[in-house]
Design a protein around this ligand. Structure first.
Ligand code: GLP
Length: 269
């Protein structure tokens, strides 16, 4: 796990965009895993800017989102499908039919959505780069604490804490789903590269548990310690409770020097 700490959230987004662009240069038809939430919005803005300036294109890419609420129509402004269209897809050249969100139509059996989503990911050749945020309680996607570390895309019940955290996005009196369909932890772990972004002091505890705590289903993001190629991008506030900060900075300096000499994927090609 590479942990890179930046001065502020804007620099986290800049670095995220740089790494996505690197992936696109290496593989113009890369398969992306995208995340919702407030954290990646700045990253999406940077990618839109880079697309507009002509430095990158998503035309040949495909994407799979981490999760979707169950019980909300895709057209609802609160659905993650709407979020992705609004914040990203509508502004770049990705083909809409190549973007996937694990939504469940009304009347459809939600138990069948997960296996189907897993097959679509497999048919696409797997995810090359998965963008992740992290919940207050250490969740990734909607894999709440106690989620099986070998889970696959399925229905999850959201914790009270997650419902509270996300209630800010719903108007008062508006229906807020208590269930979601989320990629499982094993689905996320199958991605070839993972970028986890976290900003703000309110994420410091979850980040410390994910990066330096024991690997445990009680902090689902901690499983990333067992992933081959995960990069954690943090601002100072989100990194505040890390104990090994000095080492992360040192290693980052060395990795950048190697990258300058041998290119972006020096260690992986
Ligand atoms: C939601 C999403 C997660 C996201 C988390 C944190 O619960 N399902 O994918 O990482 O919120 O969101 P934010 O970035 O708004 O803090």
């Amino acid at each position: 796990m590479e942990v890179i700490i930046f001065r502020d959230a804007a620099s986290v987004a800049d670095k995220g965009a740089e790494l996505v662009e690197e992936m696109l240069r290496a593989k113009p038809d890369a398969v992306f895993g995208f995340a919702t939430g407030t954290t990646p919005i700045e990253l999406y803005r940077r990618l839109i800017e880079r697309y507009r300036s002509g430095s990158l294109s998503f035309q040949r890419t495909r994407s799979f989102n981490l999760d979707e609420y169950l019980g909300l129509d895709a057209s609802s402004p609160n659905s993650y499908r709407s979020f992705m269209d609004r914040e990203f897809f509508d502004h770049v050249d990705i083909r809409k039919e190549n973007t996937h969100v694990p939504g469940c139509g009304s009347g459809e059996n939600p138990g069948q959505v997960g296996p189907r989503y897993e097959s679509l990911i497999r048919e696409a050749g797997g995810i090359d780069l998965q963008v992740l945020g992290i919940g207050h309680n250490g969740h990734v996607g909607f894999n709440e604490p106690s989620s099986s570390l070998r889970s696959r895309t399925r229905v999850k019940t959201l914790t009270r804490k997650t419902l509270e955290d996300n209630s800010r996005l719903f108007k008062s009196g508006e229906f807020q789903p208590r269930l979601a369909i989320t990629m499982g932890i094993a689905t996320i772990m199958d991605a070839r590269r993972i970028l986890l972004l976290a900003t703000g002091e309110h994420k410091a505890d979850a980040v410390a548990r994910a990066v330096e705590g024991p690997v445990t289903a009680m902090c689902p993001a901690s499983i990333l310690q067992m992933h081959e190629f995960t990069t954690v991008l943090l601002d100072e506030a989100a990194a505040a409770r890390l104990k090994h900060r000095e080492y992360y900075d040192l290693a980052h300096g060395e990795n950048e020097a190697l990258k300058d000499r041998f290119g972006a994927f020096y260690a992986r090609t």
